[in-house]
Design a protein around this ligand. Sequence first.
Ligand SMILES: Nc1ncnc2c1ncn2[C@@H]1O[C@H](COP(=O)(O)OP(=O)(O)OP(=O)(O)O)[C@@H](O)[C@H]1O
Ligand SMILES: [Mg+2]
Length: 318
Amino acid sequence: MTFKILVTSQKGGVGKSTLSANLVAYFSRQMQLKTTLIDWDPHGSSSNWLLHAPNVGVVVQHLSLPVDQGGNRPIFEARLQLRHATKTSDIVLCDLTWSDSLAGELMFEFDMVLVPTSVSEIELGATSGFLSRNRWVFDSAAARRPMLLVCPTRVLPEQLASNIFTKQRFPVSFMLAPPVQESQTARDLYERGFLMDSEDVCGFSFLQFAQAVCAAREMRMAQNNQAAKATTLSNNVGATSSDRFANATTPRSSVLDGVVSSAQYSILGRHRQRKLAEAEQASNTTAAASTDTSRSMSSLGIPEFIRRMSRGTSPAKN
Ligand SMILES: Nc1ncnc2c1ncn2[C@@H]1O[C@H](COP(=O)(O)OP(=O)(O)OP(=O)(O)O)[C@@H](O)[C@H]1O
Ligand SMILES: [Mg+2]
């Protein structure tokens, strides 16, 4: 099943295109996954990056989305483009600057919405506003709601020790990715190469971030597989039910609704619990090895990322 990622934010210059170009390169070359980049940015920064840098096998599409038309048009257009791309890809990643004229429903087309944000107060405020306007998407009870992954970008060494994400009151459940650090290398590599090959802090932090995205993808795929099994189960139950209720007036779907959802939720609950136990074990190991502040951004490795995700709660409780 294709994993669809939307990289978006309303703020310009936060690193959407840098993360998009480098993440698709990582998926394609390091993970050996068939990967498509759809660049919806008129400037085409991420697509240009891929087209001019050494070929890593990513299918690059610079397409337009009628963002300003509002309503359902952008969603229909996005759906068409995604359907086409998913036929041949394991991963489809879309780079988009969000606009308030877009309907939040667009995000339901994706498995993950990845929101890069720098950690200055002004940018965190903008990110918080964007997330609160769309919290109904991420807090939706729909099983197919996208995962929300917030990624601190362009983070300076002195900002690593801050615990801004625990103080900041983001009004929605989200996962926090390991931060990608600020470095001249990120600018120098534009159209020339990729962060995964850089041996400085920025390259290293990018790899941590990319691994976290892969971990989230695995969890989502496990959820999707369980949901598919639950659907098969419901279809099978449906076959016998339809015989049994052949003459009943109650619609079949309403008879089966409870069966589908309860099977699905108990399976997801078990999966989360297992991940939580693994993450707790891993973070205990990390904590033992580290003597600095346990909740600063510098300590946000993959275990922390998964723990937050497993609890499904906002970390903004401090
Ligand atoms: N980790 C980083 N370290 C240093 N500079 C960075 C980093 N990430 C991005 N930049 C720089 O920040 C600027 C904006 O990055 P980028 O174009 O990726 O952001 P964007 O969110 O896509 O912007 P836009 O909204 O204009 O499309 C670029 O000059 C880029 O080189
Ligand atoms: Mg961009």
